[in-house]
Design a protein around this ligand. Structure first.
Ligand code: ZN
Length: 246
């Protein structure tokens, strides 16, 4: 293949821009803030689930408190009625004795139920404290997610701005390379990990880093200026420059 040396040099410029685009794409894929954001999002999600569980526990216990209140009230009401009947004095001695006995039983029952009531009320305090702590942690986690999202978006925006600039530069440079050379470059670039064209610098291919053997250098020295050369080692397009050491 033939291409003017100026076209070959433009190809080196194009390679620099493509390498930059690859670097930007890599940077965008591996933004450190993205990993932080993913972790923070997972943590916020876990805490949201914890809050739901803690809230359910508070509500369940609230029902237990209401039930304990009602149970105590029931026993109190019954005892109040019994006392009224006792004070009324109606009924046989046996009946009054039975009422007296029931009042004693009710008093014991009331004491037991009040213990239960106290227990669930104390538990309500504990559960509410746990819920508040989870809610605070969740709010903190959400704040962290918001902050990291903002940082990530800013980093991506910076990369996008630079990519757009490089793409504009590339659009200006590419036509100067010429379609035939460009097609070869794209093909080699795909096969060779993103580098399709390399400068020959101080007798070395800057694509693979290897020094060219004498025979190869001789061949290159005698090759016409507009001949498109390939590195024997890596098959990349090898471009002669003022620093080639020929
Ligand atoms: Zn090479």
């Amino acid at each position: 293949m033939k291409a003017d040396l100026t076209r070959q040099w433009k190809l080196l410029d194009l390679q620099k821009l493509d390498t930059r685009l690859d670097q930007l794409a890599h940077r965008e894929r591996t933004l450190p803030v993205q990993a932080e954001l993913d972790a923070a999002t997972a943590r916020a999600q876990t805490l949201a689930e914890d809050v739901v569980l803690a809230r359910t526990a508070v509500q369940d216990n609230q029902r237990a408190v209401s039930k304990a209140d009602a149970d105590v009230q029931l026993v109190r009401d019954r005892a109040a009625r019994d006392r009224q009947r006792l004070e009324g004095g109606a009924g046989s001695a046996k009946e009054l004795q039975s009422l007296q006995h029931e009042l004693e039983t009710l008093a014991r029952r009331q004491a037991e139920l009040e213990d239960v009531e106290l227990e669930v009320m104390e538990r309500a305090e504990t559960l509410q404290g746990e819920l508040t702590a989870k809610e605070t942690a969740q709010t903190d986690a959400q704040d962290t997610v918001a902050r990291l999202t903002e940082q990530r978006d800013k980093d991506v925006a910076d990369i996008t701005t630079e990519r757009e600039q490089v793409q504009r530069d590339r659009a200006n440079v590419a036509p100067g390379v010429g379609q035939e050379l460009l097609d070869l470059y794209e093909k080699v670039r795909e096969q060779q990990g993103g580098v399709g064209a390399a400068a020959l610098q101080q007798k070395r291919c800057t694509g693979c880093g290897l020094e060219l053997v004498q025979a190869e250098l001789s061949r290159i020295r005698s090759a016409p200026e507009d001949e498109v050369l390939r590195c024997e080692e890596c098959r990349r397009i090898l471009v002669r420059t003022a620093e080639s050491g020929l």
